[in-house]
Ligand binder design. Sequence first.
Ligand SMILES: C[S@@+](CC[C@H](N)C(=O)[O-])C[C@H]1O[C@@H](n2cnc3c(N)ncnc32)[C@H](O)[C@@H]1O
Length: 339
Amino acid sequence: MDFKFNFSAASDEPENKKENIGKKQDKNLINLQKYQHFTLDDIQNVWRNSSESEVCCIECVNLTDGTEIHFMQTYTDVCKGSETSEPTKVVSKKTGEFTIPDTIDSSDLVSKVYEGGLKVWESSLDLVEFLGKPENKSFFADASVLEVGCGIGLPGILASKYGAKKVVFQDYNDFVLFNTTGPSVILNQCQVKDDEDSSAPEAKRIKTDGDLMACFERVIETEKKIDTKCQYSFIGGDWEEIAKNIDEKFDIVLTAETIYDVTNYEKLHLLLERCVGPNGMIFLAAKSFYFGVGGGISLWIEFVENKKVFEVIVVELIDAPVKREILKMKRLTQKTGEK
Ligand SMILES: C[S@@+](CC[C@H](N)C(=O)[O-])C[C@H]1O[C@@H](n2cnc3c(N)ncnc32)[C@H](O)[C@@H]1O
């Protein structure tokens, strides 16, 4: 989970992704990813109708409160079976037009083409551990939640486990939403104990028999909608595009490892302005400094304070060779200068 960057500017029209990755191009020619909206049904349908083989594996994050978050990993060393970690389970499906381009295999991130969503980054683990603290869990009861720059989406999935009524996952790349985020949401529908008398919806009553992958396959195969208490949806695209299109306010916005690039601060801030409700809260987890890219916590705080829209406080410091922090942000009150 080290942060490695491969910053080559590239045209990113979806059909051109493979050819252009790694080629330097005029910045003016870059087309940012367009706004797209998907449902959990869309993701289930794509998996149901796909057949070619691609290796993915299931991993699990265990929180100190006993909560487990299972997630789908693709293409990483873990899935290929490194010396330190064997894949837990393997699934072989390819998600049609949303298949992961082969060419991103060796890069953790290709600026404006692939923004790193196929992996779990350290700060998203910090964020789920922080949100799992007894004093924080209650934030999510009946809340509407947006996870910005979700990647696999562990914080958003956790929000649904803690009672959120709605979770929207946003990632730059649609293939991330189809290959990791959506399947991970589905996997976590399998996290129920067998109970013959359960009145839970059908997808939740599937017996796992300890075999999560079999459960996942059955959920995917079923013609029925996955019936969950939480309503899920998925948004793909660049923050600038999303800020223009989103017309919803959320109670809680979660985001991890999204402030590495200072050139994105303006549009990230704009999106937050558009989508945080009047009493909404933002929890942002990130490294204090991103070597080689230049962004980091103190630059972000300075940027936010200059904008005078949100107040920002540090709520957690994680001591590591590269320090990490968690920020809480909320709208400034009228008195202190809300726009
Ligand atoms: C390094 S990944 C972090 C993924 C995940 N939050 C985690 O911590 O594991 C950065 C995420 O920010 C999102 N992102 C970065 N720049 C973006 C942009 N300009 N527009 C939309 N999303 C962007 C990408 O979708 C990507 O998933």
